[in-house]
Design a protein around this ligand. Structure first.
Ligand code: ZN
Ligand code: ZN
Length: 235
């Protein structure tokens, strides 16, 4: 058995999902990363997903009810997400899904989710990357209420300018009307957990949540791997 383990390690080196360091075969994360992950800690602002100390949203409501995320989009959490998306390492989604699941199960133990879905990509975007990171994250979630996973609930109708290239004011208009519910989906009265990789202003997730609510969903909650900490404005 020990021999087999060593042999497998030579062919498939086991690496820390957050920094890429080599690990023993039964480890998932290196000690340094475990200690330094930019965790979002209690008390939380449910409206924007960050700790109340870092909240700038003043409880402003969006179409989704609650934002749940384990990490700020910085340090080794940001590195992991970037490596997953831009260095063709889709397997990193597993480590992130695990942390996202823990956050949802801890913070939403009173919510019975019926369906998990994700922010869709356009066909062109999917072809360019070869995978939709939000779909992989959604598929890796293990939520206590055992919701069904339907990653084809939403469709992205056309390509738009990348959200990161726009100001926060432009982002909302940019995504307006871009998403639709797929044909023959009945989500009336369902409580939905929408999955995305990173939340910045929340415009994309807000638009997806609007579409789901218009199609009859009861409530939409958002889970993402990381949330961008918005800069506090001084008064
Ligand atoms: Zn590490
Ligand atoms: Zn907030």
């Amino acid at each position: 058995m020990e021999f087999l383990k060593r042999f497998l390690m030579l062919i498939y080196p086991n690496r820390c999902s957050y920094c890429g360091e080599l690990l023993a075969i039964d480890e998932k994360i290196c000690n340094d990363c475990f200690e330094s992950l930019p965790r979002i800690v209690e008390p939380f602002c449910d409206s924007c997903g960050v700790s109340k100390d870092n909240c700038c949203c003043k409880g402003k409501k969006k179409a989704y009810t609650k934002v749940i995320s384990p990490f700020y989009y910085e340090g080794n959490a940001r590195d992991a997400i970037k490596r997953m998306k831009f260095s063709d390492k889709p397997y990193i989604s597993k480590a992130l899904s695990e942390e996202m699941s823990k956050s949802v199960n801890q913070r939403c133990d009173d919510i019975l989710f019926d369906i998990i879905t994700c922010v869709p990509m356009s066909k062109k975007e999917f072809k360019a990357r070869g995978f939709n990171q939000s779909e992989l994250l959604a598929k890796g979630l293990k939520i206590n209420s055992s919701p069904i996973i339907d990653v084809d609930l939403l469709v992205k109708l056309y390509d738009i300018a990348p959200q990161h290239s726009l100001s926060s004011n432009q982002r909302q208009g940019n995504v307006f009307g871009v998403f639709d519910i797929a044909k023959n989906k009945d989500i009336k009265g369902k409580t939905i957990l929408l999955c995305d990789d990173v939340k910045t202003t929340g415009s994309t997730a807000n638009e997806c949540a609007n579409v789901l609510l218009l199609a009859g969903a009861r409530e939409v909650h958002l889970v993402c791997a990381a949330v961008v900490k918005s800069k506090k404005t001084k008064h």
